[in-house]
Design a protein around this ligand. Structure first.
Ligand code: KG4
Ligand code: ZN
Length: 360
């Protein structure tokens, strides 16, 4: 089954062609991140306006890349597709509308079924992608197995869910305030680092680690709720703690910046890893899946890897290549394949507040 998937929930405009939920034929993405770096964060109205400009060229490029040997007429290229998929929510209303209304129009024009997809569930399905012919990414040999525990850590969400099968997802825990990615973004701003904060903090932290290889314990910032038995997180206190430390310094030196970054990264990574591994011990899944932009973080990936190796009963760890952790349309195509539920395009709505277990 060949799916054209569209994703515009935040600041990216993305389209991919995906075969049978596993093989990516094309993966196109236009980002307005540079524009948001200048303003220190996303201005929703500006993101949507950029998406409006790039949505059709991005879709056209995705189709041409997927079927390079064919005539470049869009109507003709669309005859290769069986179905369309689009992110319906959660996300920014203006941004979602660009993708959803475009997908509805194309579904009508090309007379194809249309599947609305939950963006957060999409992040989990990045782990089902097995082939990406344009690069030499290493995907794990094994497919994820059920029951699976999935941790979605993005800019707006932190959710831990148990998946008994493709259709049955139960929420186990999540953040009570800021999301993990938001914690990176907001503390980066306090340090004067650019948006998005996650990669910027990770880069500074890497410089610190290169000079201080594992010698020092990084414990400057709190890990709230870490000893509680439930699986909730709280990241908003981190901002306050970082702001307090920053205000003690008149001007941050390069070294301060690196040290603070390493401390922030470690506080977020510890919180995520400790709680998730506790859930692994409780729910005994066969696989652990990570997804969302924060899952691109190397320290987080390393720590989960080592904790999974230490387990006596073996489970498989699945983490998408970084390109599939951050927002993209391939994951939406994968999710649509495994949850094949087309909806009449007239009934599809944008759902900005959709939760990970919410009905579409
Ligand atoms: O999943 P995503 O691309 O978009 C949302 O659905 O929100 O996630 C974006 C988030 C941002 O907060 C960004 O700072 C964070 O992911 N992020 C990272 C890294 N790359 C992106 N956080 C930590 N380390 C990274 N390498
Ligand atoms: Zn996302």
């Amino acid at each position: 089954m060949t799916i054209l998937a569209i994703e515009t929930s935040c600041d990216e405009t993305a389209a991919s062609v995906v075969e049978d939920g596993r093989k990516v034929l094309s993966h196109v993405l236009a980002s307005s991140a540079d524009m948001h770096a200048k303003t220190g964060g996303i201005i929703p109205e500006m993101a949507a306006r950029e998406q409006l400009k790039s949505i059709l060229p991005v879709i056209e490029e995705a189709l041409k890349k997927a079927f390079p040997s064919q005539a470049s007429n869009l109507q003709y290229l669309s005859s290769n597709l069986d179905v369309l998929a689009v992110t319906a929510g959660p996300g920014l209303i203006g941004s979602l509308l660009v993708g959803v209304e475009t997908a509805k129009t194309l579904a009508w024009l090309w007379n194809k079924p249309l599947i609305p997809v939950n963006h957060l569930v999409g992040h989990i399905y990045a782990n089902f992608i097995r082939e990406f012919p344009i690069s030499n990414f290493q995907f794990p040999n094994e497919e994820p197995k059920f029951p699976a525990l999935a941790l979605v850590v993005s800019g707006g969400h932190t959710d831990l869910v148990l998946m008994e099968n493709h259709q049955k997802i139960t929420w186990i825990g999540g953040t009570r305030d800021d999301a993990a990615g938001e914690a990176f973004d907001k503390t980066a701003r306090l340090l004067g680092l650019p948006y998005p904060g996650g990669p910027a903090i990770a880069a500074e932290a890497a410089k610190f680690e290169a000079q201080n290889p594992k010698s020092e314990k990084l414990q400057m910032f709190p890990r709230p709720l870490i000893n509680e038995n439930y699986f909730d997180w709280s990241f908003s206190g981190l901002k306050t703690a970082v702001a307090r430390e920053v205000s003690k310094n008149k001007k941050l030196t390069g070294e301060d910046l690196q040290k603070f970054s390493a401390e922030i990264q470690q506080a977020i990574v510890d919180s995520l890893v400790i709680k998730t591994m506790r859930a692994v011990k409780k729910f005994k899944p066969k696989s652990l899946l990570l997804g969302g932009g924060v899952a691109a973080n190397s320290r987080l990936r390393e720590e989960f890897n080592s904790k999974i190796q230490d387990l006596t009963s073996k489970i498989s760890l699945h983490v998408p290549p970084p390109k599939f952790c951050t927002d993209n349309a391939s994951m939406i195509g994968a999710a649509a394949f495994y949850n094949y539920q087309p909806v009449n395009w007239r009934k599809i709505q944008t759902l900005p507040e959709l939760t990970i277990t919410g009905e579409i």
